[in-house]
Design a protein around this ligand. Sequence first.
Ligand SMILES: [Zn+2]
Length: 146
Amino acid sequence: MAKTDRFGYKISMSMLLQKCTEAGLKITDQRKVILKVLEESEDHPSVETLCERARQVDSSISIATVYRTLGLLNELGLVLKHDFKDSSARFEVDHGHHYHLVDTETGQVVEFQSEELVALINKIAADLGYQMVDHTFEMFGHKLKK
Ligand SMILES: [Zn+2]
């Protein structure tokens, strides 16, 4: 069953599993649980948080298995790894291009898109004589006090 995320990007477990199979990655039950739990997470969990959630489904899953699985999925480009300047790396299933704003008080990660930002970055690259092929952009801030 394909679902569309809030940015209109279609992701589904079957699509993810198919890509894993195409890449020659063996889909064990544990890997399937880890991928499913990550796909259902909207908060960009750390390895530790993801492991806790996965262990609620299958208590035999170890932190080493989660590390290894995320590494393999990251190599395939199915899972993205982020460094939000807190202690541990954070992960998400690739669900289309978007940006992150990290709340410095709560640690909450807010996702957003901005065509104006993309246009501006493209212009900066062009002004420097470059064709942009990739970019990253992250924001950190806290809510305005009223
Ligand atoms: Zn995200």
